[in-house]
Design a binder for this molecule. Sequence first.
Ligand code: GMT
Length: 376
Amino acid sequence: MKIGIVCYPTFGGSGVVATELAHGLAHRGHEIHLVSYAPPVRFEAFDEHIRHHEVAVSSYPLFRYPPYDLALASRLVEVAEQTGLDLVHVHYAIPHTIAALLVQDIIAPQRLPVVTTLHGTDITIVGQDPAYHRVTRYALRRSDAVTSVSEYLERETLRLFEVDRPIVVIPNFVDVERFQPGVETHVRSGFAPRGEAVLVHMSNFRSVKRSLKAVEAFAVVVRTLPACLLMVGDGPERATCEARARELGVRDRVRFLGTQTDVERLLPVADVLLLPSKYESFGLAALEAMACGVVPVATRAGGLPEVIRDGEDGLLVAEEDIDRMGELAAALLADEDRLSALKQAARRAAVERFATEKVVPRYEALYREVLAADER
Ligand code: GMT
């Protein structure tokens, strides 16, 4: 199939999933056209089955807000006409679905079914804003197929938008060959020279991630054992996290590493991932950590319990119970046998339930259904 994939290229789960899907589909022989305003972070340009098409947004003095959605639609029109795309799969409803629906009209009678994947904040935050609610609802109703990355997000979408249409749940996935346990000893000893436990928090430091709480939970951990915390990523709350670490007297044990591209090299260094999010539709960071044999200690929020099975391959706590998050992490780190068992279980869960090879065919099957329905 010739498949267009539209996503945000920046660090963030939806762009990562879209790009990994592009690679997974290309690997299975499909021709992929990735469309975004910059090459996505995980895009590997040397894959001959994927082409990236950049959306150039031109400005004009009259425009206070340059219309990205229209520039995207124009670029998609070119791509669809030149390559004969079979369908377009957009990640994150706003504004991608709307742009794709416009393209359907522009290129008619050429057909271009639209598959929309909901990732979370497009429904729970952006889509709830009165400025976007009605268009999001329209996007959901008019897409040829809608998928969501968890059952939680499916339920939220049906509740918040009162749409009367099926939503197909297809979970996120991970390349379990690339994300593997296997510590580079010199990297770990660089962070933890005295054999301390290593904890990691990885996010875009937006308020929904509650990164500050990761620092607070870590401060509880270091009351009982020597440990260091790696803060991976960047975003609005990073500076506040640094200040909080200073206030709590743990600043010298917290390393702020900023945005990292090779997270698959960094994650295996850690024992535990702290994920105190207010909610997550899925929690891709948890899954990538699990694939590397890192035990997630997370809040029981949104779709996280669909990824992490409490006590089996990770630990879950109530959203407000950050002390307990720290205590549970500390107890686990102090118990070598249990830590090792949970690390192995986390890896096993990633391989058995969320490996790329298991999930990508579900998208393929959906595309075939959509194309068959479109021909009728
Ligand atoms: O976490 C964010 O705010 C970024 C967002 C995105 O679209 O990049 O992440 C969402 O999509 C990820 C991939 O499907 C999920 O793993 C995240 O849980 C989800 N974030 C939230 O629901 C807050």
